[in-house]
Structures are given as structure tokens and as C-alpha cells.
Design a protein around this ligand. Sequence first.
Ligand code: NI
Length: 187
Amino acid sequence: MAILKIAKMGNPVLRHRADEVPDPTAPEVRRLVEDMLETMHDAPGTGLAAPQVHVPLRVVIFEVAEGRAQREGGEAVPLTVMVNPVIEPLDDATSLGWEGCLSVPGLAGMVPRHDHIRYRFQTLDGDWVEREAKGFHARVVQHECDHLDGMLYPQRMDDLSLLVFTEELKHGAPQPRNAAVKEEAAS
Ligand code: NI
């Protein structure tokens, strides 16, 4: 196991579509996931996508711990390893919420995301799993899967006045001009 170096915004690996994993059961995929877990826990972060550790493959890990879920008013999600994930929004409803990213250190932004999604992915055994997610759970999955398509959260923002240094949030978070804020997120 090893703690991997995290690519930051501007690195080309974060700008390109990552490749499908042809065989999720391959030993090198399991080794990658072990290193990603160690890296995510060291950071610490809620989620991590393989391009963030300079590996252009469609692999994501995330976890919504019980305490975090209570703060966000959503459900806890056990540690999840996703290979070749696919997301489908279930309706048009979106909400704004704060997000941070290990590849955009020190900043946070108010990002619109779908409230309610279905997603499916392969496990390290190669089986397909399908889940529905709402709220913070759905936000984390959308944030992480965006990394697989070369997208960072600031690119999803429609009001860059709400992109801030987290250390300045102690002065009070800026409010969006005309939308309800439902969640805070960092992954
Ligand atoms: Ni991120």
C-alpha cells in the first residue's frame, strides 16, 4: 500500500475522459484501489477518483460516514468502490451545495447537482450493482464521477462569486442570490 500524489487543477490528467476498466477483477485494479483508499483516508477526503492520483481509469471510491450523514441530513453510505460507474438523473430537480475537492485544495464552491439519481457500477468481483441516491449521497457520486469525464466542480458552477477560500468561510458563507441551499459537501 502507498499514499499516492494527488493531481491538482491544471494537471492534464484531470482534463481528459478516463478509460473504461476492461477487467475489474484484475489484480492491478485491486492494488490501485488499496492505494486510493490509503490516500483518501490520509487526506482525508469523502471520495477519490483514479485520475486524481494520475491514473486515467474509471475507478472511484467514496464513503459517507454516519456523523457526516447526520450533519448533512442524509443517509450514511458504507465505503464503496465503483468501477465503470454510470449515472442517470431521475428527475430535473437540482440543489446548490458547498463542495470541496482534494484536487482544488483550500477552496470551496456552491455547486448545482441533481437531487435524485440512479447509478450503477461494477465491483472488484466484476458484478454490476445498481443504487438510487438522494441529497448528499447523490452529490458525492456526481462529483466523483465528473472526475472520470475531465470535469472539476468549478466547471459546474454558474456563480463564481460563490467560489471561496475555505479559511474565509469563518467570516460567514456567502449566500446564493436566489436558490435554497440544502447541503454542504467535500469530496
Ligand atoms: Ni474532487
